[in-house]
Write a protein that binds this ligand. Structure first.
Ligand code: UDP
Ligand code: MG
Length: 366
């Protein structure tokens, strides 16, 4: 079934700033759980069972929104089958891997609930904690974060990420504790604010606090990963770290000013020393080693400044290209008026080899 996307579906990133955005909240849906995943096939059956086992007794109307971030296993086929039996299960299949934070953005764009929960799909976070998030939210908090009681990370990763977050908190003037889990709940109001944010450079751990709504925390236990492995290598983490740094502060650009101040000071000291030696002892030619070291130090500083500039220019370039933030290949169990993605492509145009689900919507290209 083809249908046209209303302009408001493509909220911020693809639209002109003067275009109105629409509140996508559905009064019939009290809770949306968004679950970005990439190659988590082995976790999905238990995840579904525990989510339903937790949410059914609450009596809430809910949707489970799975966002496939370029999986290469058969997780999507499994979910499509489950979605055929339960219309509360919805699946957005992104055309490739866009990264967890962009996949979560796709989920937030499509979430219709009055409350939105975002959690990992690898069972490290427990679906059973969702009712506690809801209780806290009902005390009057727009955002409720989960704080892990104990961290399940290598010592090196914990030390590095603690140092990084402390640094970024200072720069961004926000307070994101290192123990914060991905599991969180926010209101439709917050979801709507996030849809308004136009940037492609998305570091959700800071974008959500940046919206500034009243927030609270609950403490949770985390489980070890039982299936598969973490998708975050050191390179991945460094890239994400740089994204956060450049998205939330321009302070590193000032490094050039600091370096030039230091260089000028060192020059003045050096010139003073030479003049003093000349006046006191007559001219003496000293070794070349100190000269080479000084030259190397200066070049290192220049390259450091260039690297910082390059990082910001790169990010600016990415923003100015105005590419869609993600492309959704297909959507399962969405109603025709559902906002599903920032950009949609025909499934057949992408040559999908996945089996056609019973209730699959295909969108006209935009
Ligand atoms: N994930 C994703 N896209 C990615 C990387 C990860 O959707 O490119 C999902 C992953 O399937 C999991 C969640 O994000 O549901 C957290 O990833 P992971 O468990 O690898 O991170 P860690 O818990 O090790 O920080
Ligand atoms: Mg994990």
């Amino acid at each position: 079934m083809d249908f046209e996307l209303s302009a408001t579906v493509m909220t911020n990133r693809n639209t002109r700033p003067d275009e109105p955005t629409r509140n996508t909240m559905d009064p019939q849906c009290e809770l949306s759980v968004i679950l970005p995943f990439c190659n988590e096939r082995e976790c999905l059956p238990e995840l579904l069972e525990r989510l339903r086992g937790t949410l059914d007794p609450t009596g809430l109307s809910y949707e489970l929104l799975f966002i496939d971030d370029g999986s290469t296993d058969d997780g999507v086929a499994y979910l499509e089958e489950a979605a055929g039996r339960d219309e509360r299960i919805k699946v957005l299949v992104l055309s490739r891997n866009f990264g967890q934070h962009i996949a979560a953005t796709a989920g937030i764009d499509s979430a219709r609930g009055q409350m939105v929960v975002w959690m990992d799909a690898d069972l490290q976070e427990r679906p059973e904690d969702i009712p506690r998030l809801i209780d806290k939210h009902r005390e009057g908090f727009d955002v409720v974060y989960a704080r892990r009681r104990q961290r399940r990370q290598s010592r090196l990763r914990a030390v590095l990420s603690n140092a990084y977050l402390r640094f970024l908190n200072r720069l961004a003037k926000l307070d994101v504790p290192p123990e914060r889990a991905c599991l969180r709940l926010f209101s439709a109001k917050v979801a709507e604010s996030l849809r308004e944010l136009p940037e492609r450079n998305r570091y959700m751990a800071y974008l959500i606090p940046w919206t500034g709504f009243r927030s609270a925390e609950i403490e949770v236990e985390m489980d070890p990963r039982r299936h598969g492995e973490t998708k975050y290598s050191i390179t991945h983490l460094v890239t994400l770290g740089l994204t956060g740094l450049t998205a939330f502060s321009t302070a590193p650009l000032r490094v050039a000013a600091i370096f030039s101040g230091m260089t000028i000071a060192m020059c003045l000291i050096g010139v003073g020393f030479i003049v003093y030696r000349y006046l006191a002892f007559g001219f003496v030619v000293s070794g070349w080693a100190s000269l080479v070291v000084a030259m190397l130090a200066l070049h290192a500083m220049e390259f450091a400044v260039l690297a910082v500039l390059g990082e910001y220019i790169g990010q600016t370039y990415t923003e100015t290209k105005h590419r869609p933030l993600y492309i959704c290949a297909r959507a399962v169990n969405f109603k025709s008026d559902a906002p599903t993605a920032r950009s949609l492509a025909r499934t057949d145009a992408l040559g999908s080899t996945r089996p056609a689900p019973a209730e699959r919507l295909e969108f006209s290209p935009v």
